[in-house]
Design a protein around this ligand. Sequence first.
Ligand code: BGC
Length: 378
Amino acid sequence: MKAVALTPGTTRISMIDIPEPVVTSLDDVKVRVLRVGICGTDREEASGGRALAPQGRPELVIGHEMFGQVVETGKSVTRVKPGDYAVFTVRRGCGECMPCLMNRSDMCLTGKYRERGIWGRDGYQTEYAVDQEQYIVRVPKDLETVGVLTEPLSVAEKAIDESVRIQSARLPEAAATPDWLYGKRCLVAGLGPIGLLAALALRLRGAEVYGTDVVDATSARPQWLGHIGGRYVDGRNVPPDEVERELGQMDMIFEATGVASLEFHLLDALGKNGVYVLTGIPGGDRPLRLDAAELIRRLVLGNQVMIGSVNASRDHFQMAVDDLSHARLRWGDHVAGLISHRRPYTEFQNALARHETDEIKVVLEWPHETKKQVPLTG
Ligand code: BGC
């Protein structure tokens, strides 16, 4: 079968032929890949950045934001059946630390985890994938057009979930409200797919959402945000240190830019007792000048929390599926508008290289033959 493979550490990327995977264990699930999203991590990999091939192999099959249809299951599988739509999670545990042994490899302690399509395990930009039942999440049929957003949304779900858990554990008034986020002022920095999906999850929970980026207010991403009730703030007119004066203090800042200087400067906008969650992974190593004393003063005197969040557990994938369902009920086809570009898999080079200005999320479509109609007899 065909697969898009990369030689890690280089920009060499090509279509290769690999054997089709087969169900060998009782708990295996085989999925026909229908579409796979492309994100900043894929582009970082394709430009020679962070990526690792499986042991003993020169190439890595890329792609981790998958969506597909179950075609075969091992005998003990109960979670999905052939015909179901489903997604596989990304990370596989080290098998050594407690979080990994508890199927929470997103919190791996040893760093010896593997990630499909990113780090030491082949990914999903291919025709079929097989993995164990514990890594699959069923997606309802009516989410067929947006199911490919499950993985990026799961990353936002984890970051939000952790922030809320922390706040609920330490803020006296949070214990009195079942949903701490309701009516809270949240700033999302960076309106790429993760930022916009975070905005979606926050709006579903009743938060007041502001989104900042450096694009025209009339362009696709601010417009998408506006439609779900978020307010766009053009970072070129309102720089990080003026956000507070312009909009007031924030209860939560969700950072999804991966721009280190911005990540620290936006702290100015965080209110007392606020939580700042970082999800962007900065590339490069440009040194940054910081007023560390002022930063620490703010954190301490303001009871503020700053956390980093990466990857997602299976439960967060489930939360993502549930939120996609809620979002479809509330905003209908607007949710699918986040997938601004759908390209045939053969156009992987262009899709990985080019970041079109009106792009929000680009996905590669894998061919899927339509079933032959069986003539009705009798
Ligand atoms: C993926 C995560 C992964 C992270 C670091 C992100 O793009 O969505 O699943 O853990 O990259 O590799």
